[in-house]
Design a protein around this ligand. Sequence first.
Ligand code: NAP
Length: 252
Amino acid sequence: MDLKGKVAIITGARRGMGRSHALKLAKEGAKVVVSDISQEECQKVVEKIKKGKGKALAIKCDVSKKEEVEEMVRKTIEKFGKVDILVNNAGIAQFVPFLEMTEEDWDRTLDINLKGYFLCAQAVAKEMAKQKSGVIINIASVAMGQQGIGFPNLVHYCASKGGIVGMTEALAVELAPYNIRVNAISPGMIETPMIDPLKSDPKMMEAMLSKVPMHRVGKPEEVSNLVLFLASDKSSYITGSTIVIDGGWLAG
Ligand code: NAP
């Protein structure tokens, strides 16, 4: 067990990739805080972890709200005594044509996908700095800009994911003296409810898959394996990196 004795917080963990990361880290010995906007749904994930003899706690937290984020970290310390790992995973992808995008659409996406990552990273980093160790993993996307993919109807989403990569690099530099490593993961298309709108249009789905050399979507567990690696001491010299996991999409 690579994470025995560690305490991990996963945001947006009631379903999709966050749920998979929570199950994986718990299986590897971490005590896991399963956090999302629905307490009831988080509790279901916690029950599953407990059935497998793992330790977990469900905490309702809207990552865009500072008070809720601080409360999540406070409850984590109260229950498990510390926090070693944060997986900043909660996110939304609202498809809306740019010319119709409202200020509210923009703010909501940036509040959750980018400000939420800042709030969670800062709240845990204050604890990690005291203990002089910690790992922060930010889930970005191949929509991150530069060599990434510009997705139509997702301008706000792409902007948030680019912001995450910049934030990851700056945080890695600033937090290295505290022995806190910060990395990002940029997944391609992964089989979660987030890609349901794409799947409802088989032609668009096929057009996207035709650009992926492995010609399939990824499984959440495949991303969880990378989360585990970055969370563990096996990646002890990796910080400030963004690792792409996309079946070769960006290379193609
Ligand atoms: P998902 O199944 O939709 O899971 C995202 C979770 O975040 C949901 O449970 C969602 O709850 C929750 N959430 C939304 N707003 C929140 C908030 N304010 N506070 C806390 N939790 C909130 O999507 P996923 O595919 O697993 O996505 C996980 C991460 O991977 C996201 O950051 C996403 O951008 C990224 N990503 C996904 C893909 C992909 O192909 N699936 C590719 C690249 C990157 P609700 O359902 O109630 O909104």
